[in-house]
Design a protein around this ligand. Structure first.
Ligand code: HEC
Ligand code: HEC
Length: 208
């Protein structure tokens, strides 16, 4: 109800011209996040909408397969922005690209808020963390992803993601794979080799 009122108000405001831009949507998400009642409704709606997602990403946002990322505890703005990337082709994945275009903007906001509030659970990882991986993390990655790997408003959480997803993703960045274009990660790891990426992926996968 509150939410309807908000939308009516917003549609009367002059910002309507940019209402479809990602920034405007992120602003709308912030308004919802700062209002307990709106947030609760959004999370409930997001949970309903997430029926399409849980088969792969898990009921609680902890993914069911190691090539699939956890969505639990991921920063909501990052989740939302990735939908935009899948929908507009900057990021490509067979299933996700189709799904992203089928969701309304409200659905994308609600789903992002729902998953961001769930907790990442420890998962069995096929590798253990080693000294080399730790050294790379603590000299490079922490700058953006944080000491704990939990990310922030601007940067994704990476701690506890499945090793396979991390390794695949880092290889895509290293190979300038068009499936993940225009990412700052390409510059960050340009001078690293596969062994170093495997080591740091193992370290990150085992971060709580
Ligand atoms: C058939 C399995 C499948 C289904 C169903 C699915 N996803 Fe995904 N999703 C994936 C895979 C695989 C990736 C990783 C793609 C890649 O490597 O870039 C992914 C990536 C994502 C990402 C990017 C996360 C990150 O950390 O980079 C988001 C956000 C996401 N999915 C949301 C959703 C939502 C919301 C739904 C439901 C509407 C959904 N997915 C349904 C398989 C699925
Ligand atoms: C200059 C800031 C910066 C640094 C340093 C950095 N990252 Fe990133 N990283 C980002 C940004 C921004 C994204 C989101 C990129 C996108 O949307 O493609 C990202 C995305 C990622 C992803 C994909 C996450 C997902 O769920 O899709 C992984 C994995 C990752 N970084 C690992 C690392 C590792 C490992 C290091 C250290 C070797 C590192 N990053 C250093 C900025 C950084």
């Amino acid at each position: 109800m509150l939410r309807k009122v908000l939308f009516v108000l917003m549609s009367l405001a002059p910002v309507v011209a940019v209402a479809e831009s990602v920034d405007a949507m992120l602003q709308e998400m912030t308004i919802i996040e700062n209002n307990t009642a709106l947030l609760q409704t959004a999370i409930e709606d997001g949970k309903e909408r997430a029926v399409l997602c849980v088969r792969c990403h898990g009921d609680d946002g902890n993914s069911k397969r190691d090539y699939i990322p956890n969505l639990a505890s991921q920063n909501a703005a990052y989740l939302f922005t990735q939908f935009e990337h899948f929908a507009n082709g900057v990021r490509k994945d067979y299933v996700m690209s189709k799904l992203a275009t089928g969701l309304s903007t409200n659905d994308r906001i609600d789903i992002a808020l729902f998953f961001s509030r769930l907790e990442v659970k420890p998962r069995p990882q096929p590798v253990t963390a080693g000294k080399q991986g730790e050294a790379i993390y603590k000299s490079v990655c922490f700058v953006c992803h944080g000491q704990e790997g939990h990310g922030s408003e601007q940067y994704p959480r990476i701690a506890g993601q499945p090793y396979e997803f991390l390794q695949n993703t880092l290889m895509k960045f290293l190979n300038n794979d068009p499936a993940r274009q225009n990412s700052p990660m390409m510059g960050v790891i340009r001078n690293m080799n596969e062994q170093q990426l495997d080591d740091v992926a193992a370290y990150v996968a085992n971060m709580p």
